[in-house]
Structure formats: structure tokens, C-alpha cells
Design a protein around this ligand. Sequence first.
Ligand code: CA
Length: 239
Amino acid sequence: MRVLVIEDDPEIVQAISLCFKVRWPEASVVTRGLGNQGVEAVEIEMPDIVLLDLGLPDIDGFEVLRHIRLFSTVPVIIITVREQEVDRVRGLEAGADDYINKPFSYLELLARVNAVLRRSSFEKFRTSKLFTAGDLAIDFGTQEVSLRGKAVKLTPTEYRLLDLLVNNAGRTVPQRVLLERVWGPEYVDTPEQIKVHIHNLRHKLEDNPQNPHLILTEAGRGYRFVASSKTTTTQPAGA
Ligand code: CA
């Protein structure tokens, strides 16, 4: 799990980091002390959850949230000392998933994070069970992939790679993020891993692997799955 903490108070940052380290030792916590840097980090680091302070030195936390919501649906928990009801409502209306007031206990923070993550993964599962892009179909529930109605056998690594690209369709996923999410943090310096697997995926999914139309290389940056105009995401009847 990747956590982004946008907070300028080092003590709070330390408390949150410690909390995550204890409960989720595999979590990596990224911190930004300014709102603008925080927005940028959502784009670059692609966190699974964001903890956002409202009182930041440069721009207001609400403004940060508004910017994030222009391009991302990442779960956001607002952390604030402001206790007024009006702020609470404003934050939730602006697209925050939950609220926590400073000072908070570890247990309280963990409970909020757990609840938000549970909701977001449920939402993802519920709304993106069946995905089709042209001739390609992916069932995220059963992890089955088919091309023109014929099953395509993917290795677990290929499936995870495809899953990550498709779930970020239209956006370039940085190489580093792919390596960390699909292989693990210890693989971030081995980009050749990706090349081989992208090559294999293209041979299994593309009409012309030499001239790919689904999985594009963004030189020096990463890879981008292209969602065509025919792309649809539906929920099967009765699911
Ligand atoms: Ca602050």
C-alpha cells in the first residue's frame, strides 16, 4: 500500500508514519509539506490513500482536494484541527471520503483508514467487474481475459501488469510505479522486467505487437493503456 501524507507538521507526519508502519509494515509512506507538492505527488506517486491536512502553508486543503478531484478518485481523509460542522460538510462535499480531527488516537486513525480502504476497494470491484476495450474483455472478478471471445492465458505477473494499466487507462503509469506495484519495492531498479512482460502482453493482446494500439510506450516515462471510444465498463446483470 502506498500512502501520501500532505501535512506540514513534522510531529503529525511522524505519528501517522509510525501508525502505518506498525499496522501495515509493507506500506510506503510519502510525505509532502505543501499543498501544491501534494497535488503533484498524487499524480506521480499514485497513492492508494491520501491523508490531507487542511491548514497548509501555501494553499488551503480544500483547494488541494479540489485539484486532486480533477484527475483522481483516490480515497482522501482530511485531517484537521477545525472542528466546525461547516468545514466537515465542505470537505465531504468537495470529495473527501472521511474526516479526522487532531489530536487523534492511533486506533481512531486506523479505523478510519480501514473503513475508507474497504469502501474504495468494494466500489472498484462493484463498478469495474467487466471491462471491454474493442475486442479485449477483462473480468476483474474472475481475472479472466479474452480476445474476440477466446480466452487468453496470462501469467499472474502479466495479469497484474494489465490490471494496473487498465485501471489507469488513459494515463501514463510511471515505470517505477509499475515495478513497485507489480513486482515489489525491491525491484524498482530493474526496468528490464517490465520490458519483457510488456512485450509478452502485446504478443498476447495486440493485433500487431510491433505497432501496438492498446499498450503504448511513453518514452522515458512509462506505459499507457489506451481506452478507445468503444471502451465500456459494465456490471453484469445480477452481480
Ligand atoms: Ca498544518
